[in-house]
Design a protein around this ligand. Structure first.
Ligand code: ZN
Length: 320
């Protein structure tokens, strides 16, 4: 790949990943395909009743659920669940544009991390496109709280600085904190292989609620009391907080543009990440979209959602 820093990217060719959903246990195949500049990440959900298909843009306004995983959906009931690890791989590797065809209700969980998606993208290759990348630059602190968890965006000069802290009563996890300057090298090395995790004590409850039906030691780190049940153990001593960082990268990619700023999250989950993004977009003076190497294009427009701004940008509206 020729270095063209600041230009949008897509895949060189298509990449395919198949597997089972961790919550639904349903099989699905995803085919990640190249997409034009300014497309963003767009899912095509196929295999719906009657052979229907629905397009679902990976953006925050299409988020329909954030309990246990992030679900994208629309008013017709079409949905794609557990998008966060795939979105984290695309965002972590700085892929701006991709078309993701999926024939089932849930993104395959694979080994519970983003590794399979990173491998598939690496195999397909990445190409730069002729359009500059657009970033979402945080201009002012924005904070949200939820129970005893909180998250805060604040300005940072040139990077996406991710600061995640977790605190679990289980001594296997305890208190863990990591700070990353998220770029593709850091993502691959420090974050992509961190697996999702769960407590055996929660499993019955989750099953009854229709969640975690596909979970196993093949795709989750399972904690039973003070013990990790996976015979292979952990991939990193603090794999848990790294996985929370992975989830945050996926969830925050629903902003629709890579973030330049700091995100500090204490005890985050998908809901907190979604709440933080909502709060940021509600505070119109707290962010701006900027083009790589350029001054801010415009302050965030009042009442106009970011994707609408992006569409306006594509159509050349309001920028002449
Ligand atoms: Zn996760």
């Amino acid at each position: 790949m020729r270095a063209k820093v600041g230009y949008q990217t897509t895949l060189r060719e298509r990449a395919t990943v198949s597997g089972l959903g961790v919550h639904s246990a349903a099989p699905a195949q995803i085919v990640i395909q190249p997409a034009d500049a300014d497309s963003g990440i767009v899912f095509l959900r196929t295999g719906l009743p009657g052979g229907r298909e629905r397009l679902l843009e990976a953006r925050r306004s299409n988020v329909t659920q954030t309990s246990l995983c992030t679900v994208l959906g629309d008013a017709t009931g079409a949905s794609v669940g557990t998008v966060e690890h795939l979105l984290a791989a695309l965002s972590g590797l700085q892929i701006d544009n991709a078309f993701v065809e999926i024939d089932g209700p849930e993104t395959p969980i694979m080994d519970g991390s983003a590794a399979a998606f990173v491998d598939a993208i690496d195999q397909a290759g990445v190409v730069h496109q002729s359009r500059p990348r657009r970033y979402l630059k945080v201009l002012k602190p924005v904070r949200v709280e939820h129970n005893d968890a909180y998250a805060e965006f604040s300005p940072a000069d040139h990077s996406f600085r991710l600061d995640v802290e977790i605190d679990f009563p289980s001594s296997v996890i305890g208190r863990q904190r990591r700070v990353f300057n998220v770029d593709p090298a850091t993502f691959r090395r420090e974050i992509a292989r961190a697996r999702t995790f769960g407590f055996v004590s929660d499993v019955q409850k989750l099953w009854q609620a229709g969640f975690a039906l596909g979970s196993s030691l093949e795709n989750s780190v399972a904690i039973d009391g003070e013990e990790i049940l996976n015979p292979e153990g952990l991939r990193y001593s603090d794999e848990f907080v790294r996985h929370k960082a992975l989830d945050a990268i996926g969830d925050l990619s629903l902003a629709g543009a890579p973030i330049v700023g700091r995100y500090r999250a204490y005890r985050p989950g998908h809901k907190l990440n979604a709440m933080a993004l909502e709060a940021l977009f509600k505070n119109r003076s707290a962010y701006a979209f900027v083009e790589a190497g350029a001054k801010p294009l415009f302050p965030a427009l009042g009442g106009v959602r970011a994707p609408a701004v992006a569409r306006g940008l594509r159509a050349g509206i309001g920028l002449t």
